[in-house]
Design a protein around this ligand. Structure first.
Ligand code: FA5
Length: 343
């Protein structure tokens, strides 16, 4: 009995040493087989116990089984250690077993969400999405749009002029009407989302840099009327705000449209009852529009006797303000994550 006991102790000590010194998983597997495999040293001892008298078998069996469990456990531990270190890429010093830093998941800016929604709605009504340059010439931003030099209408837009002769930051997306009609023959339907700039004092409703969406539809004379415009813009608002929205047209003035109008929509906040957003009127001014002025058509070589159409320009920031009930336009450009993470 003493002999088996000594044998077991010796085996445990050498097995533990062997396991600790295993340098790789292959070594460890060999060690497992050497002691615990089918013909392993410990397995053979365990098998030989059946020849012992019952009392002795019980005591020695208990000890041998305990050693078996201990060895299995430390083999597992050693296996984990070796697996972890085998992942380390020594050359680069990059250790993929070190826990990583959690990355925050980003999402789209509210103005991008609005832009995509507007594009989707107009595209479904047959409009193409077109873009134009942010730095413009006086010709495209003013002259071609029926705003001659020295004309007081130029003062409607507070313009940033560049030092380079006759270049400026576009004050609206209307110049893209001209650029597009120069290269494309009617009938045409486009929308032009884009960034615009005005040298204005900022407040809750005004920014120096903001976004417009221009719309233009031209077809043969008699085919596109104010009634068509009203139907299209009404459908747009209904789909954009996902509810029935009342609109009204008021006479206005833009040099590039005749007649011109402002479009008010029923305040989305109070549904027309009157609140602080709509200055208790129930209506919010949202876009400028009109029938394209004959001089604009002439500027791109189209004969106003044969062609006719409407144009509109909507402030995208104002749409976003109404859709998401935002108090201050400047929040869009502040980069404050507490604001942006809400979308
Ligand atoms: C224009 O810029 C015309 N080009 C629109 C147009 C196009 C009329 C085609 C007719 C035909 P207006 O200056 O009103 O119009 O600007 C259009 C919209 O831009 C306004 O209704 C408003 O929603 C928004 N807007 C104007 N100024 C600012 C500003 N400083 N900050 C944010 N939004 C503004």
């Amino acid at each position: 009995m003493i002999k088996i006991h000594m044998e077991l102790k010796k085996l445990e000590i050498t097995a533990r040493k062997d396991i600790k010194s295993a340098k790789n998983l292959k070594d460890l597997d060999d060690i497992f087989k050497k002691y615990l495999g089918k013909k392993g040293e410990l397995t053979l001892i365990l098998r030989s116990l059946k020849n012992l008298p019952i009392k002795e078998r019980k005591t020695q069996g208990k000890i041998a089984n305990q050693i078996k469990k201990d060895l299995e456990l430390i083999i597992q531990e050693q296996k984990h250690k070796l697996q972890a270190s085998s992942f380390k890429i020594q050359d680069t010093g990059f250790d993929i077993t070190v826990p990583g830093k959690k990355q925050d998941l980003g999402h789209l800016h509210p103005l991008t969400l609005v832009r995509r929604k507007v594009e989707e709605i107009f595209q479904s009504m047959g409009f193409s999405v077109v873009e134009g340059p942010e730095v413009e010439s006086e010709w495209y931003n003013f002259d071609a749009l029926n705003i001659p030099k020295e004309h007081p209408a130029r003062d409607l837009w507070d313009t940033f002029y560049l030092k380079q002769k006759k270049l400026l930051l576009r004050t609206h997306t209307s110049p893209v009407q001209i650029r597009y009609m120069e290269k494309n023959q009617p009938p045409l339907r486009i929308i032009v989302p884009g960034r615009v700039f005005r040298h204005e004092a900022t407040d809750a409703g005004h920014e120096v840099n903001f976004y417009h969406i221009e719309g233009l539809m031209i077809d043969k004379k008699g085919k596109v009327s104010v009634a068509n415009f009203k139907a299209i813009i009404g459908e747009f608002f209904k789909r954009f705000f996902e509810k029935e929205i009342k609109i009204r047209l008021r006479p206005s003035y833009f040099p590039f449209t005749e007649p011109s109008f402002e479009i008010d929509i029923n305040c989305v906040n109070c549904l027309g009852k009157g609140c602080s957003v709509c200055a208790q009127t129930g209506w919010v001014e949202t876009l400028g529009a009109g029938m394209v002025h004959p001089n604009v058509l002439k500027a791109v070589g189209l004969n106003p006797k044969f062609w006719q159409g409407f144009a509109f320009g909507v402030g995208m920031d104002r749409l976003a303000i109404m859709k998401y009930k935002i108090q201050d336009i400047r929040l869009f450009y502040g980069g404050d994550l507490r604001f942006l993470q809400q979308f």
